[in-house]
Design a protein around this ligand. Structure first.
Ligand SMILES: [Zn+2]
Ligand SMILES: [Zn+2]
Length: 252
């Protein structure tokens, strides 16, 4: 059964229980990592995920809370197996990713393939194999950032991951009628106007994006320090789920 493992549900400014951004999708025995903030390596170990099965790491943008974990994940993965691992990212952050990888330039990392794609406002293909088809659009953040759409071919499920963003029509169009929207909710609701300045969203803004996308489930991640009273509730027909770190969502 396909599943999503929430390795890190926080951002830079989060409560102590939340690690920096990372989530992993497992389908048909293959793992795909989306973002890898600091200490993702440890989170993967804690979740007992097989490093050998990580085929690719998808990067939304080059802020540290999304990329600083990449070197150690890649290094350990290449130590375990000679099978290629891909790092996939928008071409605008090519320099940042190459700089980051310079810290682990060893004999081991020759099986790491850096793959950039040309991201724009319109939906663009980023990756495809026999299990998944992944596309992206530009989101609305303080640095160049994308949101990803992951279509699980066998399960016929569509998951959209916002990365860091303020509410944007572009993402609503992109995520329309998906099954699951994983949306960031960095800020408390009182910061509704401020959110656009800092390229993030409040909890209510994320809920409103979920409703506009007509998804059956909205998952809130990249949480700040806000107190969460209920971790699962309904808004109209949509289930809102706020995972803890290392929690798994099974896709039936
Ligand atoms: Zn972030
Ligand atoms: Zn960011």
């Amino acid at each position: 059964m396909a599943k999503i493992v929430f390795l890190g549900t926080g951002g830079w400014i989060s409560s102590i229980e939340r690690n920096e951004s990372a989530l992993l999708i497992e389908t048909q025995g293959s793992n795909y990592l989306l973002d890898a903030g600091e200490a993702t390596f440890k989170q993967i170990q804690k979740a007992k995920i097989n490093f050998r099965k990580i085929k690719a790491i998808f990067v939304t943008h080059s802020h540290g809370d999304h990329v600083l974990g990449i070197p150690s994940v890649v290094l350990y993965r290449t130590f375990l197996t000679r099978h290629e691992i891909k790092i996939i990212y928008p071409n605008k952050i090519e320099k940042d990713i190459r700089n980051l990888m310079r810290y682990i330039t060893t004999e081991l990392t020759k099986n790491v393939r850096l793959c950039s794609f040309y991201a724009k406002e319109k939906e663009t293909n980023a990756y495809e194999d026999k299990n998944v088809k992944i596309s992206c659009i530009k989101s609305k953040h303080t640095s160049f950032s994308v949101a990803y759409k992951i279509v699980l071919k066998k399960e016929r499920k569509t998951i959209v991951y916002s990365g860091d963003t303020s509410p944007t029509e572009n993402l609503v169009k992109f995520g329309k009628n998906s099954d699951i929207l994983i949306h960031e909710a960095s800020l408390c609701n009182k910061y509704e106007n401020f959110s656009f300045k800092v390229g993030h969203s409040t909890v209510n803004q994320a809920i409103s994006e979920g409703l506009k996308c007509n998804v059956s489930m909205l998952v809130l991640v990249h949480l700040g320090k806000q107190k969460i009273k209920k971790r699962k509730f309904k808004v109209k027909n949509m289930t809102v789920f706020i995972p803890n770190d290392l929690e798994t969502l099974y896709l039936k």
